[in-house]
Design a protein around this ligand. Sequence first.
Ligand code: ME8
Length: 507
Amino acid sequence: MPAPFYITTPIYYVNDSPHIGHAYTTLACDAVARFMRLDGRRVRFLTGTDEHGQKVEKAARDAGLDPQAFTDRVSQRFRDLAAAMRVSNDDFIRTTEPRHKRAVTELWRRLVASGDIYLGKYAGWYSVRDEAFYAENELVNGRAPTGAPVEWVEEPSYFFRLSVWQERLLTFYEANPDCILPLSRRNEVVSFVRSGLQDLSVSRTSFRWGIPVPDDPAHVMYVWLDALTNYLSAVGYPDTEGAEFRSFWPADLHVVGKDILRFHTVYWPAFLMSAGLAPPRRVFAHGWWTNEGQKISKSLGNVIDPHELIGRYGLDATRYFLLREVPFGADGDFSHAGMVRRMNADLANDYGNLAQRVLAMIARNCGGRLPVPGPLLETDEVLLAAAAALLPRLRAEMSVPAPHRALELIWEVIGEANRWVDAQAPWTLRKTDPARMATVLWVLAETLRRLAILTQPFMPDASAKLLDQLGVPAEARDFAALANPLAADSPLPAPAGVFPRYVEAAA
Ligand code: ME8
């Protein structure tokens, strides 16, 4: 039995509506989750919303709403977006749910039992926007290193003895070379931990919107301790003997933006180890999107609404662009011109044209049925082998995950297939050697079938339409089915274009 696979997105703050950055992380996870499912793994794909803390409390106040009513409303927008993007999450967790409060309360008790929590007093800087504490020497011109404003906080606080975890964290990174990716991020984390860790304030007394500290309800837990625990709550913690927990913990992959790397690779493994739990197998930090070269921010008024992208370019093109345009891990820029280039060059010209040519020639020349191939020549085997060789290579890339690389590899075969059509010229064979034409078209249809199965994780709708047009039944679309070639002579539906060209509206 292949190992189960547990993948998570960050849980998003409900202070605001979802934008392209949230859509990006969730789509990348969706592509990985779909890939693993098609590959036969039992997948748990979790996303959700982070609903406590000062930032959300303030946003609720600004909206004139009680925090619970406010979080109910905004959390729904994240669910709606996931549905609009055809995200295949298995669960959606909210930190205001009872199952989550139960898990966090228990985790806290465990940290207390291991002697890692003590009561003290916090005096220092806090940024509500980042929900993070900063030391004096971290400030840049009186602001957080992220540019967020900070305020001076002085209040009683429980602390987590992070300082004592330094060596054990370093040992953990050492023993698990791939537990933080990309490697540049891993190096950043290792040098941060090497430079020494301060104990972490893990409770607040100056506001109420959080989970109360057990036995001391004047304190609410620090929102990051609360939030990180969602990954445990969703697999049944504190029931560590339950089937859910045993199948899915430790998580295989937490995908996060680079902004929240430290929380996931320093605090989180320390909390887990302190509670006697295994840290996640991998945290992957992706880069940051800008809009036409500019930082995305509400004050600049250039926030990209993912619903608008889907409305304008279509869902599959949006998914393809975001996952292909930028190496996963690097920063990226969204531009209309870049999007149109990808839609027209990669989708309409390369993939769409291949499909269109093959399906149209079959419809026209083979009576709407899959052609019956004769003996395969070496050149036929070479093309089929290139398509067949993709799966192991994609497995390697998607386990990183490097979805952009997976797509590049698929496009190499699309390019090869397009060149092969030209070289074989089935339109000429129609007159000179119809039997060979039938073989060539069958080889192309079979190549297209393999490609369409492999593009499902990235572009589920378009891939399904291609598979429909090739007459591939729903139960023959997983990766195991790659080994079973198309049946010759079965009837096909009429072909229809799958990747529209983007045409600028007349000015
Ligand atoms: O940090 N480019 O939530 P959040 C790429 N609640 N990704 C972006 C992005 C951009 N411009 N903007 C946002 C939180 N993201 C916490 C997480 S997890 C236990 C708690 C994505 O709503 C990226 O994944 O601020 C980033 O890490 C996340 O949204 C931050 O979402």
